[in-house]
Design a protein. Structure first.
Length: 359
């Protein structure tokens, strides 16, 4: 079992995410009040914990490909994420793992922003997390390792739009951590893994912004390796769909649209076509902050929205997308082709149970 959680801080300019990269944001020129230019170079992730560097590199590679800018690994956010991952991994009752309780062992701050500020990071922050309760042995009898859990967590959160909006946001800095402990759950020996990514905007108010107004997407032209399906997302505002449970009726990975910075986004239409057979993938729903009457408070940036395909993508297939809409009153059309990836082995059970194609 794996659970995704989301927390939204009260400040409207905060971002929920974890990122990594290198470089001192404070030394970068500010191009306009409260913004930074897009970071076009990503330093490799540098972590002692196996898997974290690979997860950061994957996220930055896809952000750069889609014109979203790289995230800088930040030591203060790394420490904040690690402290909280240790706090959560030692709890017998996870509860809502975004919050800490004063007086408990390992307490460093109630909210993600509190914990980042305790480490000396003054910019607003937040977090995306994955908590996994997993068998301690693989199906082939080998012992479970946590090495590939971080990249699985990033791919899963990108498939969950209210988390994914954080991972593709205008954030500047990121810190990551992974901790685990052995436990007995329902009579089974398990490993409880806590992956946290903590995000901040560096020395800016609004984060990194393209020099010229532009509309971007994720996936985008040339994207490869996205998770084919959304299997669920925990939200503080209620179920992600009122009449559909993704665990039994998953959608495809969302197609995100990032409108011009500082505008309000409208998505008028979207067509997704499987290249190999020319068949269109049905669109289940299109959401923006202006149309999302249930979860609208969770949008960090009102110029971001997304399209839900009605069915999971078939792994290793190319898909062509055409999406049209407006940034404020300015129309746009974006066309691109991407290739879906494979399911993570942590999802093998649900993929097998639902009979989803793996090729």
């Amino acid at each position: 079992m794996q659970t995704r959680f989301l927390v939204v801080t009260m400040a409207a300019t905060s971002v929920l995410l974890s990122a990594c990269g290198g470089g001192a944001v404070e030394d970068m020129p500010i191009v306009s009040a409260g913004t930074l230019p897009l970071q076009t170079v990503a330093a490799p992730g540098s972590y002692f914990t196996p898997g974290l560097g690979e997860a950061m590199d994957f996220l930055n590679r896809e952000r750069l490909r889609c014109g979203l800018g790289a995230l800088n690994q930040n030591a203060m956010l790394d420490t904040a994420a690690k402290n909280h991952a240790l706090y959560v991994s030692t709890r017998s009752n996870l509860g809502d793992p975004h919050w800490e309780t004063p007086g408990e062992p390992g307490f460093t701050g109630i909210t993600p922003t509190d914990r980042a500020q305790a480490m000396g990071y003054s910019a607003l922050g937040g977090e995306v997390l994955e908590v996994g309760v997993l068998p301690w042995m693989e199906r082939d009898g080998s012992y479970l390792t946590m090495t590939d859990f971080p990249i699985h967590a990033i791919r899963s959160d990108l498939a969950a739009p209210y988390h994914g909006m954080a991972l593709i946001s205008s954030a500047v800095d990121i810190g990551m951590a992974l901790e685990g402990r052995n436990d007995i759950v329902n009579g089974y020996q398990t490993v409880i893994m806590s992956f946290f990514s903590t995000l901040g905007r560096g020395g800016s108010t609004l984060g990194q912004v393209p020099k010229e107004p532009t509309v971007r997407t994720f996936p985008c032209e040339g994207t490869e390796g996205i998770q084919p399906a959304l299997f669920g997302e925990w939200l503080p505002t209620g179920p992600i769909f009122p009449n559909r449970h993704p665990n039994t009726h998953p959608t495809g990975h969302p197609v995100y649209v990032v409108g011009e910075h500082g505008t309000h986004l409208t998505i008028d239409s979207a067509v997704i076509t499987r290249v190999s057979n020319g068949q269109n993938v049905p669109v289940y729903e299109i959401r923006t902050q202006g149309t999302d009457t249930v979860h609208g408070s969770l949008y960090r940036e009102p110029w971001v929205g997304f399209v839900f395909p009605d069915v999971p993508f078939v792994p290793f297939q190319s898909y062509r997308v055409r999406v049209a809409g407006k940034s404020d009153a300015k129309p746009f059309v974006k066309e691109f082709t991407f290739t879906s990836g494979q399911y993570g082995h942590y999802d093998e059970g649900i993929v097998r149970a639902l009979g989803l194609p793996t090729r």
